[in-house]
Design a protein. Structure first.
Length: 284
């Protein structure tokens, strides 16, 4: 069996069309994943805008100011600072929608760096579906419970709601509540764009899947096309081990090629992990 699998695998790997298809798709995947992050935008405290890799570097430095464990103390301090700034009329303007908002100076120096963090805090303490932080301006901090306890209550509320007449089953509720309860607290806040961008770009790997399908399409069809199926099916193992060997070879081929695509797609992150590991081992 092993010999048959090696033979079929060798046929797949040595076929010119397969090599061309794999190479072309590898180039496409490399280019597409290299372009990710090109549209990333960031603004510094002076209001200057950045784009692409430079913007990512600026954002990383900004996040360092608020990164770390999200303890209840830190969360309350962030809300208190926000309310202090909002209560000062000098920091406010009336926007184009006729609503009161922070002026550009306060936005660039303070809110720009904290908007995502404060929005997530707002979703726990005030409105889960909110896209801004309006509710935090007048939030009574003395009446608020522990952040993570409140978050748990919010999750239970969401699980008990009805969506277009449909509700979660008891088993589904228990599953998600268990996931929530097993999540380590306090949360660690930091720069997460790399991970979120990676997940959002994984869909581009469909190109690799299509390439693999093209390469494997002729495994059985090719035998019929060339007329060799008549010979293979008359041999001792043609209908048993021969077929099994082809299927196993297809699985191995697909695994190898897709792994190569994953490595090239994630090469930046793999190199970054390797570099940090080397740096850690050299300083340990």
């Amino acid at each position: 069996m092993g010999t048959l699998v090696k033979f079929e695998l060798k046929k797949l790997l040595s076929k010119k069309m397969n090599i061309i298809v794999i190479a072309v798709c590898l180039i496409l995947i490399t280019l597409l994943f290299s372009m990710s992050g090109k549209d990333f935008l960031a603004t510094d405290k002076s209001g200057k805008s950045y784009k692409g890799k430079e913007a990512i570097s600026v954002r990383k430095e900004q996040i360092k100011e608020i990164s770390g464990a999200l303890t209840n103390k830190n969360i309350i301090e962030e809300i208190e600072k926000l309310q202090e700034l909002h209560n000062d009329p000098k920091n406010l303007i009336t926007n184009s929608d006729g609503e009161t908002d922070f002026n550009p100076k306060i936005y660039n120096e303070y809110l720009n760096n904290r908007l995502n963090l404060l929005t997530n805090i707002n979703r726990v303490y005030a409105n889960y579906n909110a896209s801004y932080i309006t509710e935090l301006f007048n939030l009574n901090l003395k009446e608020q419970k522990d952040f993570y306890e409140t978050r748990g209550q919010r999750i239970e509320e969401k699980l008990n709601q009805s969506y277009d007449g449909k509700t979660y089953s008891n088993q589904e509720k228990e599953y998600w509540l268990e996931k929530s309860n097993n999540t380590k607290t306090p949360f660690e806040y930091g720069f997460y764009y790399g991970y979120s961008n990676l997940y959002s770009t994984y869909e581009m790997l469909i190109i690799g899947v299509i390439a693999i399908c093209i390469c494997l399409a002729s495994v059985f069809a090719g035998e019929y096309q060339n007329g060799t199926d008549k010979i293979l099916l008359t041999t001792k193992y043609g209908k048993s081990k021969g077929v099994t060997a082809k299927i196993l070879a297809c699985y191995i081929f697909a695994s190898i090629v897709f792994t190569i695509y994953l490595i090239f797609a994630n090469r930046k992150y793999i190199f970054n992990v390797w570099y940090r590991w080397r740096k850690f081992t050299n300083t340990a």
